[in-house]
Design a protein around this ligand. Structure first.
Ligand code: ADP
Ligand code: MG
Length: 254
């Protein structure tokens, strides 16, 4: 067995139904440390649901999820929370507290790692957490904006703050659901380049839902295509063909 699959993200046989309709029909997905995988597929094909199951925003009906070497199967309570913290998700809709500083927002990612007594007041994040958060902001190229209100930053900068928050959480698996869909092309390229760096230089396992096959080709190592809750394409990014793209989006459903 490939030992790489024991780290990063490994999903096996993921199934999920909503209202009697199966929207994930046994999805297998692996993302190795150091790899950027792009998830493509028409609206409604199940991309978000798959990622949401990994971080616990949706509950899978069946299947196994391993995050950074730990299977989530059979875990509950604090153990499950701890195992899940190795994965973090960033969204198209950026969830930052706009009136607080970029640094405070990043610190929030690290809070659960602290004893409760030390995390009660977000004004008084402990020094070691603030230093770690600052290093995470530096990693995304925003150390100089640490004390600016998050709401005053551009969309691309806010998305990078959201990535820094995931890093501050200690995530080894980074999931991004259409992280660049709301950004202009220059900011989108910058965010994609950052995600690729985090995979290739820092060794994170990164999975990104994209609606732009061109960006996927440019930045991803491997592409996974979902059609109607099933993986129907898995290819090195360089080999993605126009026919592949046409097939993925042919059966578009709302
Ligand atoms: N919370 C939910 N309740 C009911 N149906 C849902 C829910 N979330 C997603 N779905 C349905 O599951 C299918 C897959 O959705 P989703 O994973 O969001 O697709 P994608 O991200 O590929 O566009 C869609 O048909 C969607 O309507
Ligand atoms: Mg989606």
């Amino acid at each position: 067995m490939n030992t790489l699959l024991d780290t990063g993200l490994a999903v096996r046989g993921l199934r999920k139904s909503y209202g009697g309709r199966e929207v994930l029909k046994g999805v297998d997905l692996t993302v190795a440390p150091g790899e950027l995988v792009a998830l493509l597929g028409a609206n409604g094909s199940g991309k978000s649901t798959a990622l949401r199951c990994v971080v616990g925003l949706a509950e899978a009906d069946a299947g196994e999820i391993r995050v950074a070497g730990t299977s989530l199967r059979g875990l509950s309570g604090a153990e499950l929370t701890r195992a899940r913290r190795a994965a973090a998700m960033v969204f198209q809709q950026i969830h930052l507290v706009r009136r607080r500083s970029a640094l405070d927002n990043v610190c929030a990612g690290g809070i659960a790692g602290l004893p409760l007594s030390r995390s009660l007041s977000p004004v008084l994040f402990p020094r070691e957490l603030r230093e770690h958060a600052m290093a995470c902001l530096d990693r995304v190229g925003l150390a100089d904006r640490a004390h600016d209100r998050a709401g005053s930053l551009s969309g691309g900068q806010q998305q990078r703050v959201a990535v820094a928050r995931a890093l501050c959480q200690g995530a080894r698996v980074l999931l991004a659901d259409e992280p660049v869909s709301a950004l202009d092309p220059a900011a989108a390229t910058q965010v994609m380049a950052l995600l690729a760096e985090l995979a290739h230089e820092d060794g994170l396992a990164v999975a990104v839902v994209l609606h732009q096959p061109e960006l996927a080709r440019l930045h991803a190592d491997r592409l996974i295509g979902l059609i109607d809750g099933e993986i129907r394409l898995s290819t090195p990014a360089a080999l993605l063909s126009e026919e592949d793209i046409a097939a993925l989006y042919r059966g578009e459903r709302g």
